[in-house]
Design a protein around this ligand. Structure first.
Ligand code: NAD
Length: 519
């Protein structure tokens, strides 16, 4: 019997010598392993391709983290076939047996957590704590879903009918595509893949173009624990090639996607088309972007709020779907709060996050850098720049750095306040009253996370009912959901509200069957 689920929490305090030296050792060791080539893994076979891409450190552009073979579109068929071949044996294993592979992988990842974190410092530009938290979440997903799958495979009681036995249980769907983003390159990839596989499906795992190496490290781990060939296939490559082919493949029964609104909406439409030879309606689990707000009421202790706003807005360079990109403050405290946020924001250390104490690294790539700076230029025209707004010189050689940036007096309907920027850019919006603040908060197409800081019970209760987001936080920051504690997923254009890390999540990867036998 497995022990009850427990989060990998709290995270280490790197101010302590022991944790700091473990991270330094891991970074040295991982740095020595950079530059290797990673092949595709299809049905257990390692396949090298001609088309390759270099994965570079976004905070040190001269450092090549690894070279990823890219799958051409033709290889998608081979990967789907390998998953199809692996499906009968894998789906017939007991759930406990399948779960053990992932509990074993979690144990091994836990032993090497500093190493997994170090890869994310280098490949994704995460600071030490963010990188450690990402690896911890990956472990949590494996441990949690292993237990959830076991819980769900038990027969579910139905209303008893005399003279009959009725049995209700769940079956896997078949072959599925997991299409992951770069911003939680380990946790989200591991979460979606584990959920799909532990419930008996077989998977084609397509990582983001920006983070193929960390995904390859997860694939190596699955091979190390002896996962049968073909259960998980590693297929890095261009989203518009590999992703495009997977989402409309006549044998791919479901798509689990986390990424941008634009791509999610495209996948939703594409996956809906029934292809020749396709005998099912493809399921889509789509988790997309956000335009998350922290609302601050009058009569709130502002020092605490300012720290939580800075962590939510600028942690991992603002590149979290849950990041606070709108600070909506009551006019009575607006100026004082903004001043405190600016004071804290100015203390943020930017640079190569492999160095201890650096809080913000480079943003993920040249395209993101350009996009964020375009929004900064737009903000200069639309609102009042009160902090940041610059990129560092030498970004061509050193990294894609963007300083934490705050615009004030932002119009709630402006593009700055409506569109997901996905960078360290915070829009401060003045509200005339609490009701006005809530109206602004709900006034975008998204509905992922939100927070309210208030000491009014009536306002807190109002927000519980009316703040229309999938993850609402009262009197705390709007980032940092923990598996099992705050199941995660958003409303409206933030996605299908799948609630990753929650008790309903695995049901999306399964289909219920009733067997009725009359005596
Ligand atoms: P993205 O949409 O650009 O890419 C995500 C994945 O989709 C990548 O693997 C990419 O290769 C693939 N892809 C691209 N084009 C495709 C196509 N035509 N068909 C199929 N697949 C395709 O997103 P990103 O930049 O990697 O990630 C950032 C976005 O993800 C942000 O919008 C962020 O808010 C969102 N996100 C959401 C959550 C959540 O839980 N809601 C979590 C993390 C990130």
């Amino acid at each position: 019997m497995l022990t009850p689920f427990k989060n990998e929490f709290p995270f280490p305090n790197f101010a302590e010598e022991r944790s700091r030296s473990r991270m330094e050792e891991a970074l040295t060791s991982v740095t020595a392993q950079t530059g290797h080539t990673y092949s595709l893994v299809i049905g257990g076979r390692h396949i090298e391709t001609v088309q390759r891409s270099q994965s570079r450190n976004p905070s040190r552009l001269d450092q090549v983290i690894g070279i990823a073979c890219e799958s051409p579109a033709e290889m998608v068929d081979a990967a789907v076939q390998a998953a199809q071949d692996a499906f009968p044996a894998w789906s017939h294993l007991s759930t406990e047996e399948r779960a053990r592979y992932f509990v074993s992988a979690a144990a091994k990842m836990r032993r090497r957590i500093y190493s997994f974190a170090a890869w994310m410092v280098l490949e994704a530009g995460k600071n030490w704590t963010e990188a450690y938290a990402d690896a911890a979440e990956a472990i949590d997903f494996m441990e949690y879903y292993a237990r959830e799958a076991i819980r769900l495979q038990r027969s579910h009681p139905t209303i008893a009918m005399t003279g009959e036995e009725n049995d209700f249980f769940y079956l896997p769907l078949g072959v599925g595509a997991v299409i992951a983003p770069w911003n939680f390159p380990l946790a989200i990839l591991v979460g979606m893949t584990t959920a799909a596989a532990v419930t008996g499906n077989t998977v084609i795992m397509k990582p983001a173009e920006q983070t193929p190496v960390i995904a390859a490290k997860f694939m190596e781990l699955l091979e190390y624990v002896g996962l049968p060939p073909g259960v998980v296939n590693y297929l890095p490559g261009d989203g518009e090639v590999v992703g495009e082919a997977l989402t409309a493949h006549p044998q791919v029964r479901f798509v689990a996607f986390t990424g941008s609104r634009e791509v999610g909406v495209h996948i939703y439409a594409r996956a809906a088309v029934v292809q020749p030879g396709q005998k099912f309606l493809r399921r889509c689990i789509l988790e997309m972007g956000g335009k998350d707000a922290i609302v601050v009421d009058e009569n709130t202790p502002l020092d605490l709020v300012a720290a939580e706003v800075v962590a939510s807005a600028f942690g991992f360079q603002g590149q979290k779907c849950s990041a606070c990109s709108r600070l909506i403050a009551h006019t009575d405290i607006y100026d004082e709060l903004l001043q405190k946020v600016i004071e804290l924001g100015r203390k943020i250390k930017i640079g190569d996050p492999a160095q201890y104490g650096v809080y913000m690294g480079g943003v993920i790539d040249a395209a993101a850098h350009k996009k964020i700076l375009n929004y900064v230029a737009l903000g200069r025209a639309e609102a009042k720049l009160v902090m940041g707004g610059v990129d560092t010189e030498d970004q061509e050689t050193h990294g894609y750095f963007v300083h934490p940036t705050i615009f004030s007096e932002v119009d709630p309907q402006s593009r700055l306040a409506q569109e997901e920027i996905f960078g360290p850019v915070l829009s401060a919006i003045r509200a005339e009253s609490f009701e006005h603040a809530m109206e602004i908060a709900n006034g975008t197409d998204y509905g992922l996370t939100g927070a309210l800081f208030s000491s009014s019970r009536a306002h807190l209760e109002y927000a519980r009912r009316e703040f229309h987001v999938g993850n609402l936080y009262l009197n705390r920051k709007c980032t940092g959901a923990l598996v099992g504690v705050q199941p995660f997923g958003g409303f409206n254009m933030s996605g299908t509200d799948s609630k990753a890390g929650g008790p309903d999540y695995l049901l999306q990867f399964m289909q219920g069957k009733i067997v009725c036998e009359r005596w």
